[in-house]
Design a protein around this ligand. Structure first.
Ligand code: ZN
Length: 883
């Protein structure tokens, strides 16, 4: 068993070891308590004697008293689930050391010493996937945020930067490939069946960026010559049979390296860059210096097995991890409260990259959809926190949509206010000033003020205050002056621990359309920085149509008093693609929220169907954008607006609206399915767009005519030469009660047996389907031979998908809630990080109608009653019940 799963271990952070004991919440770590480290570790050498069952580690650290520290003569080293096998100071067996919980306290006489510690690790039984673990016979590490302390005792905090030298040794047959950070300095054969490699990373880094990989891997190799003329050897390492699926990752890497030079002036700084794909992984990927480790799902792609969405995922995540080399690694975080410094900024960078590689407006719409579906609910629930949190119990719980995606939006607002050129001056100054340092969000803001020339005094509130601001807008028109006035009012809602909020600066791009010509005289940028303000524009003979928050310049919830006619006007005429999308979404949202209150509004439904029809036919819209316009708002987003909601009623209303649209547009949907089915497979935008629209046409058609949709889906499946068409067709079929459903689900499973990423899709297709028997199906799938609770991808494909399937999860029996709670209880001792990620789904109970809310709460209480919960799950459950 793994010690890390015993009840919460409050001594997990060096800052806490001496902190005053707080009786109610002893494990809470606070931002305001930051103090610089007492000791620094300028250099560390790690010697690994590798084995899957047993790995021996000898760490040799040069430690020096920090002149900026508090003078503490005791060296505090974090440990987690490891024991000291031997401990030496300056070559002599050490005395006087002690353990404080799982941490090591070592009093030292002088100002600088060499400390040598041996630890023994058991990778094969490390199911938490933090520290050193085994995956399919290979060894790999995950150290962010606090995994390094599971490898050796160390001041495991990001403001201790060290130069690493790593020597690894092990059997050649099991570990022919030996990788670590930096450049390969030397290697050799011991002549006894073992070999070794010596890696040297010249760039000082925090312990969370350490990585090692040993295993039977093959590489897709290429090279990149940087703008400064450095020739870099690139390699994407995978298991033998996966090599043919690595080209897209390699292309994405090369594109990322070039893009970061062109866009941010950032050059790569080592002679090697390695990416390794691992099938057991807690998150998407990890930016370890020079040795990025990836979940296989963000590396492997070919047309047969990966959808167009998967291709985008690979490109985005490869970019994201590569961009961390500057935003995260060269400039790192002082403490974990600053996480958004690297993550928010890097998400913005990967979004900009993907936009440049593909379609900018489509990418913007996708990113806003994610923000609304994942971050808005977080920001209005019990786990709401600012992008720079003030406290945490378990930092793993703060790798959130708020820190990542809202963090990106906050920096995007700076970009909007400064303009691209000034923004670049700000980032240049930031990188210049803080290269080699562990910085803070405040450092970033300051660099933006000095470099980009922005005044961000009030803007800092975006870092301090949680909650999605609500902005109400109404317009008045003064006929005699020909003037229109926008009356804007903002409210930042109360969130846990933050009852009273101050008004924030909210940058809103607007345009005022002339009703006759359908045009406007240029976009304007307003900044609403008071609770209430009004903005007047003249030169109009009649009230213009107002388009606000174009491009989603601010991450807010806009409540505009606008007529349906004006939304329809914008849906048809707005020249900003995002605004056009947004107008249609608003119209649909209005209809769905109204429908659950007092039934459908016939006139508005007809208008929506007409607008959707125009979307289908408009030759000026490319298919990728057409697909976005055809998607209805997600249930999670709608639930935010309908609270307390009956999710199933919302779901039914949404299905009924789909049926209405599908019925009205039946022939055109069939025509578009025909047209797009004739487009041959390629990865260019037109063909990808065709595939997107192809399946969406079937989705709408399904709601109207199941028989026709099933026949077309079956044909699409049988004709498919790529995963996008095949998965799309099966997704449609999985929701229709027909013989093809059973047959083709079985065909899919047989066809891709042994391909874990595709089998994940097979589980997800069933857990996410519209089949009324989803809960029975999931229960059966949980005992399928291919299901394993040990693999996070597999667990997520079955259970995260279920938690995101509104009709099934919110089934009025409460069985969906129970299944998720059962999963949490079973998974928590095995993989606490992954288990804790299921709590927010149940934590949303306050947004749900009372009967279901009580059942959700009941499941949270059942989880909370477990005496052995991990710190991760304990924090999330407690906050979800009280927050
Ligand atoms: Zn990241």
């Amino acid at each position: 068993m793994d010690i890390a799963t015993t009840p919460s271990n409050p001594a997990g952070n060096p800052e806490m070891a001496d902190a005053a004991v707080e009786p109610h919440d002893p494990a809470t770590i606070r931002r305001k308590d930051y103090t610089p480290p007492s000791w620094l570790v300028p250099e560390i050498r790690l010697d690994f004697d590798l084995g899957v069952e047993l790995t021996k580690v000898v760490a040799t650290m040069r430690v020096e008293r920090n002149p900026a520290g508090d003078g503490d003569q005791t060296l505090h080293l974090c440990g987690d689930n490891i024991a000291v096998m031997s401990l030496k100071v300056d070559g002599e067996s050490a005395e006087g050391w002690s353990m404080s919980g799982s941490n090591l306290l070592l009093p030292l006489p002088g100002a600088a010493h060499t400390v040598t510690i041996e630890t023994h690790l058991h990778p094969a039984t490390n199911s938490q996937l933090m520290g050193l673990y085994a995956s399919n016979g290979m060894l790999c590490t995950q150290c962010e945020a606090e995994g390094f302390r599971r490898i050796t005792f160390f001041p495991d905090r990001p403001d201790v930067l060290s130069k690493y030298t790593v020597r690894m040794e092990g059997p050649k047959d099991l570990f022919p490939v030996l990788l670590s950070n930096g450049n390969l300095a030397d290697q050799g054969d011991n002549g006894d069946g073992t070999h070794w490699a010596l890696w040297d990373d010249p760039w000082p880094k925090p312990s969370y960026l350490f990585a090692l990989v040993a295993g039977q891997l093959v590489a897709n190799r290429d090279t990149f010559t940087t703008m400064g003329g450095r020739k870099v050897d690139l390699a994407v390492w995978v298991r033998e049979g996966d090599l043919e699926r690595t080209d897209h990752a390699m292309r994405s890497l090369i594109n990322s390296m070039k893009w970061d030079e062109d866009t941010f002036g950032r050059e790569y700084d080592l002679d090697q860059f390695n990416i390794v794909a691992v099938s057991d992984f807690n998150m998407g990927a990890m930016e370890n210096k020079g040795l990025n480790i990836f979940n296989t799902r963000y590396v492997l792609a070919d047309p047969e097995t990966a959808t167009d969405g998967d291709y985008d995922g690979v490109e985005g995540v490869v970019g994201h991890e590569y961009f961390h080399n500057w935003s995260g690694n060269r400039v790192t975080c002082r403490d974990w409260f600053q996480l958004s410094l690297k993550e928010g900024f890097t998400v913005l960078r990967d979004q900009m990259f993907s936009a440049d590689m593909g379609s900018e407006p489509v990418k913007r719409i996708e990113d806003v959809r994610i923000l609304r579906a994942a971050q808005f609910p977080e920001d209005s629930g019990p786990l709401a926190h600012p992008i720079r949190p003030d406290s945490y119990q378990e930092i793993s719980n703060f790798y959130t949509a708020t820190v990542y995606n809202k963090g990106a939006e906050v920096i995007r607002m700076m970009h909007t206010m400064a303009g691209a050129e000034a923004f670049r001056k700000g980032t240049d100054l930031y990188f210049d000033r803080h290269d080699g340092e562990a910085a803070t969000c405040e450092d970033f803001i300051k660099a933006m003020e000095d470099g980009a020339g922005l005044d961000l005094a009030q803007f800092r509130l975006w870092y301090e205050q949680a909650g999605t601001p609500k902005v109400a807008m109404r317009t008045t028109f003064d006929q005699s002056q020909g003037a229109v006035t926008l009356h804007l009012e903002q409210k930042v809602p109360a969130t846990p621990g933050q009852a009273d909020k101050r008004p924030m600066p909210i940058p809103l791009k607007i345009a005022l359309f002339d009703r006759d010509s359908g045009s406007h005289d240029g976009e304007k940028l307003l900044v609403l920085d008071k609770a209430k303000d009004s903005f007047t524009f003249d030169g109009f003979t009649r009230p213009p149509v107002v388009s606000v928050n174009r491009g989603f310049t601010a991450p807010i919830q806009l409540d505009a008093e606008v007529l349906d006619e004006d939304l329809m006007f914008l849906a048809a005429h707005d020249d900003d693609a995002f605004a056009r999308y947004e107008a249609l979404q608003q119209l649909v949202t209005r209809e769905l929220l109204g429908a659950i209150e007092h039934g459908p509004d016939e006139k508005r439904r007809a208008a929506i169907a007409e607008a959707m029809g125009a979307v289908l036919d408009d030759p000026a819209i490319d298919d990728l954008m057409r697909g976005e316009l055809l998607m209805l708002p997600t249930i999670t987003f709608l639930m935010e607006l309908a609270a307390p909601a009956d999710p199933v009623a919302l779901h039914m209303a949404r299905e009924r609206l789909k049926a209405h649209i599908g019925t009205r547009l039946r022939d055109r949907l069939i025509a578009i399915h025909e047209r797009t089915s004739a487009v041959p497979y390629s990865l260019d935008a037109a063909a990808r767009g065709a595939r997107k629209v192809k399946t969406l046409a079937l989705v709408l058609l399904t709601a109207a005519d199941k028989k026709e949709a099933a026949a077309r889906a079956e044909a699409q499946y049988r004709a498919a030469n790529n995963m996008t068409d095949r998965q799309g067709a099966l997704m449609v079929l999985a929701g229709i009660d027909c013989p093809a459903r059973t047959e083709l689900l079985a065909d899919f499973h047989a066809r891709f047996a042994g391909n874990a990423l595709v089998i994940d899709k097979w589980f997800a297709l069933q857990a996410g389907s519209l089949d009324p028997k989803v809960l029975d199906n999931v229960a059966a799938l949980a005992s399928h031979a291919d299901f394993t609770i040990k693999n996070p991808n597999r667990v997520r494909s079955l259970y995260m998908t279920l938690a995101g399937n509104p009709a099934a999860f919110h089934d009025e029996s409460g069985r969906g809630y129970r299944m998720i709670a059962d999963l949490v209880l079973a998974l928590d001792p095995i993989n606490a990080q992954t288990a804790a990620r299921f709590i927010p789904a149940l934590g949303r109970w306050r947004k749900i109608e009372p009967k279901r809310a009580a059942m959700m709460r009941g499941e949270l209480e059942r989880i909370a009653a477990s005496p052995t919960l991990s710190k991760d799950t304990r924090e999330q459950v407690t906050k979800s019940l009280d927050g």
